[in-house]
Design a protein around this ligand. Structure first.
Ligand SMILES: [Zn+2]
Length: 376
């Protein structure tokens, strides 16, 4: 808009695109995939009882971990401590922490590393056997983390309900936080770029660098999206009310509070709107990075965000114009509607507008939003 010439705008756009490619490329260093489709009843904590976690250090006869045992234990304990802080913060204290991790001695699997490369289930089965021989029953634990020497060049980590595969050489805390999310039963976040209904946890469409269950960043603790807070029962239905489409009612003005903080009685962390095919649209509001766990200030999500959830996939709706070449568009937009902006969700048949922003006496930020069902 305005002062920048067309040519300069193109150069600027290319530059920003290149920056983001670099950024995403760095992120691409390690993705964890959620690959179990079956419905998993998640219990992140039962009253008075924190979930237990077992950490198994497993090695292959022909491939040992580079790290010394004490160093590994120290690192893992620190990573789990950081994960505890993240999940407690994002789930408003409904998750407190894991129990003191049970950490195994070094267990050696029967077969050479090559036999396990692409077979995570085999790693789990044989790790469980090795643990049993050492007097540890994996069934006694809510979550089992297997730490083993990196056998692939990319040092990928994985998670599925109750299980985490985490090569011992990985040191990025956000990545463990992401895999723990899968262990809790969460799927993935994707960027909205084609309004798709594609749900395939095995190969997430395009990972979302803005939220934790998207592409896990190497450095930043991105926020947990609104639908996933609800999925893990940190929010109740009345804290995220369902908006009904009623005949004659064209639009509604709503106040919602920044969902990074727990809503006080009577406050709403967001709103839900039913979509097609069992999907739900979530309207949420986020303000700037002022907490410990955030997008580090480099790429914070601020403003109004609409997210569509279906099964294990959460798609975020920024105000993108291009369907495929979104990155240059996203970067200046920073994902999130600003005051005065409007977003039309075609597949949901509604429009949202952010009309006012403010904060309560306690500093909890709010936004007034108009949802219009009258535009199709
Ligand atoms: Zn993942």
């Amino acid at each position: 808009m305005g002062l920048i010439s067309h040519k300069n705008r193109i150069i600027l756009l290319l530059l920003k695109g290149a920056l983001l490619v670099l950024f995403v490329g760095l992120l691409g260093y390690g993705v964890g995939y959620f690959f179990e489709k079956k419905k998993y009843e998640v219990s992140i904590s039962s009253p008075g009882k924190n979930p237990s976690i077992l950490c198994l250090r497993v090695e292959f006869p022909d491939h040992k971990m580079r790290m010394l045992d004490l160093e590994w234990k120290t690192k893992l304990t620190r990573l789990i401590g950081q994960a505890n802080t993240y999940w407690k913060d994002q789930l408003y204290g409904t998750f407190q922490s894991f129990q003191e991790p049970k950490i195994s001695a070094i267990l050696t699997l029967n077969e050479p590393a090559d036999a396990y490369l692409d077979d995570l289930d085999k790693i789990y089965q044989d790790s469980a056997k090795a643990a049993k021989a050492a007097g540890i029953a994996v069934e006694d634990f809510d979550h089992v983390l297997m730490s083993y020497p990196s056998v692939t060049e990319t040092e990928k980590a994985w998670g599925s309900p109750g299980k985490i595969w985490y090569p011992g050489e990985i040191i990025e805390p956000p990545k463990l936080v992401h895999e723990i999310g899968h262990s809790f039963g969460l799927g993935h976040c994707a960027l909205e770029y084609r309004d798709s209904s594609r749900i395939d946890p095995k190969s997430p469409p395009s990972t979302d660098p803005w939220f934790m269950m998207g592409e896990p960043s190497l450095l930043f603790f991105t926020p947990l999206p609104l639908p996933m807070r609800f999925q893990l029962e940190a929010l109740t239905e009345s804290q995220v009310p369902l908006l009904k489409r009623e005949p004659g009612k064209k639009s509604e003005t709503l106040r919602l509070h920044d969902f990074r903080k727990s809503p006080q009685p009577g406050q709403h962390a967001g709103y839900r709107i039913s979509g097609k095919d069992d999907s739900t649209f979530w309207i949420g509001y986020l303000t700037g990075p002022e907490e410990t766990f955030d997008a580090g200030g480099l790429f914070p999500v601020t403003g109004l965000v609409v997210q569509r959830s279906q099964q294990y996939l959460v798609e975020s709706y920024p105000a993108t114009k291009e369907k495929h070449d979104i990155y240059p568009e996203l970067l200046p937009k920073r994902l999130g509607l600003k005051k005065g902006e409007q977003l039309h969700i075609k597949s949901g048949k509604f429009t949202v507008s952010l009309i006012a922003e403010g904060a309560d006496e306690d500093g909890h930020a709010w936004a007034d939003v108009v949802v219009d069902f009258g535009i199709s």
